[in-house]
Design a protein around this ligand. Structure first.
Ligand code: ZN
Length: 105
Protein backbone atom coordinates (compact mmCIF):
# COMPACT_ATOMS: atom_id res chain seq x y z
CA UNK A 1 0.00 0.00 0.00
CA UNK A 2 1.34 3.43 -0.94
CA UNK A 3 0.85 6.06 1.77
CA UNK A 4 -0.95 9.28 0.82
CA UNK A 5 1.36 12.22 0.20
CA UNK A 6 0.24 15.70 1.19
CA UNK A 7 1.78 18.63 -0.66
CA UNK A 8 1.59 21.93 1.18
CA UNK A 9 1.66 25.21 -0.66
CA UNK A 10 2.32 28.50 1.06
CA UNK A 11 2.53 32.14 0.06
CA UNK A 12 5.18 34.48 1.47
CA UNK A 13 4.44 38.20 1.33
CA UNK A 14 6.21 41.32 2.55
CA UNK A 15 4.76 44.54 3.88
CA UNK A 16 5.27 46.09 0.43
CA UNK A 17 3.02 43.40 -0.98
CA UNK A 18 0.05 44.48 1.08
CA UNK A 19 -2.35 46.11 -1.38
CA UNK A 20 -5.10 46.96 1.05
CA UNK A 21 -6.04 46.71 4.68
CA UNK A 22 -9.58 45.49 5.16
CA UNK A 23 -11.58 45.94 8.34
CA UNK A 24 -14.71 43.83 8.69
CA UNK A 25 -17.39 44.52 11.26
CA UNK A 26 -18.04 41.48 13.45
CA UNK A 27 -21.65 42.58 13.79
CA UNK A 28 -22.88 43.38 10.28
CA UNK A 29 -19.93 42.14 8.17
CA UNK A 30 -19.53 45.55 6.51
CA UNK A 31 -16.04 45.88 5.08
CA UNK A 32 -13.91 48.99 4.97
CA UNK A 33 -10.99 48.89 2.52
CA UNK A 34 -8.07 51.27 2.97
CA UNK A 35 -4.58 51.83 1.67
CA UNK A 36 -1.97 50.43 4.07
CA UNK A 37 -0.17 53.78 3.78
CA UNK A 38 -3.07 55.79 5.13
CA UNK A 39 -5.32 53.40 7.01
CA UNK A 40 -7.16 54.55 10.07
CA UNK A 41 -9.60 52.54 12.10
CA UNK A 42 -12.91 54.26 12.87
CA UNK A 43 -14.16 54.06 16.45
CA UNK A 44 -17.52 52.69 15.34
CA UNK A 45 -18.73 50.60 12.42
CA UNK A 46 -19.22 52.98 9.46
CA UNK A 47 -22.57 51.42 8.54
CA UNK A 48 -25.57 53.44 9.63
CA UNK A 49 -27.65 51.82 12.39
CA UNK A 50 -24.88 49.38 13.33
CA UNK A 51 -23.95 49.99 16.95
CA UNK A 52 -20.78 47.92 17.07
CA UNK A 53 -17.87 49.82 18.60
CA UNK A 54 -14.61 48.97 16.88
CA UNK A 55 -12.17 50.83 19.06
CA UNK A 56 -11.84 52.56 22.35
CA UNK A 57 -8.69 54.43 23.18
CA UNK A 58 -6.20 56.20 20.98
CA UNK A 59 -3.21 55.16 18.90
CA UNK A 60 0.16 55.70 20.46
CA UNK A 61 1.46 57.02 17.14
CA UNK A 62 4.54 55.18 16.00
CA UNK A 63 7.16 57.68 14.88
CA UNK A 64 10.32 55.84 15.82
CA UNK A 65 11.61 52.40 16.74
CA UNK A 66 11.01 52.81 20.47
CA UNK A 67 7.43 54.03 20.73
CA UNK A 68 5.24 52.30 23.28
CA UNK A 69 1.96 50.61 22.59
CA UNK A 70 -1.56 51.34 23.74
CA UNK A 71 -3.73 49.34 21.33
CA UNK A 72 -2.52 46.30 19.45
CA UNK A 73 -4.89 46.95 16.52
CA UNK A 74 -4.01 50.62 16.15
CA UNK A 75 -0.33 49.94 16.56
CA UNK A 76 -0.38 47.12 14.03
CA UNK A 77 -1.87 49.43 11.38
CA UNK A 78 0.43 52.28 12.36
CA UNK A 79 3.45 49.98 12.38
CA UNK A 80 2.67 48.61 8.91
CA UNK A 81 2.56 52.16 7.55
CA UNK A 82 5.77 53.09 9.37
CA UNK A 83 7.70 49.99 8.34
CA UNK A 84 6.66 50.21 4.68
CA UNK A 85 8.39 53.61 4.46
CA UNK A 86 11.52 52.42 6.20
CA UNK A 87 14.49 50.58 4.78
CA UNK A 88 15.84 48.54 7.65
CA UNK A 89 18.39 45.76 7.52
CA UNK A 90 15.66 43.21 7.14
CA UNK A 91 12.19 42.77 5.73
CA UNK A 92 9.16 41.51 7.54
CA UNK A 93 7.46 38.74 5.60
CA UNK A 94 4.25 36.87 6.25
CA UNK A 95 3.67 33.32 5.16
CA UNK A 96 0.15 32.16 4.57
CA UNK A 97 -1.15 28.67 4.09
CA UNK A 98 -2.39 28.23 0.58
CA UNK A 99 -5.80 26.64 1.03
CA UNK A 100 -5.52 25.18 -2.45
CA UNK A 101 -3.13 22.55 -1.04
CA UNK A 102 -3.21 19.44 -3.11
CA UNK A 103 -2.94 15.87 -1.95
CA UNK A 104 -2.20 12.87 -4.08
CA UNK A 105 -1.67 9.20 -3.51
ZN1 ZN B 1 -21.34 46.93 11.64
Amino acid sequence: MIPAVTIEHSVIVGLDDIKAVIFECRGCKTRLVMSPDSASIPHHCPKQNCDVMWLSGKASGITNDYEGTSSAFLNLISAIEFLRKRNGGFRVLFEFRDERSASSS
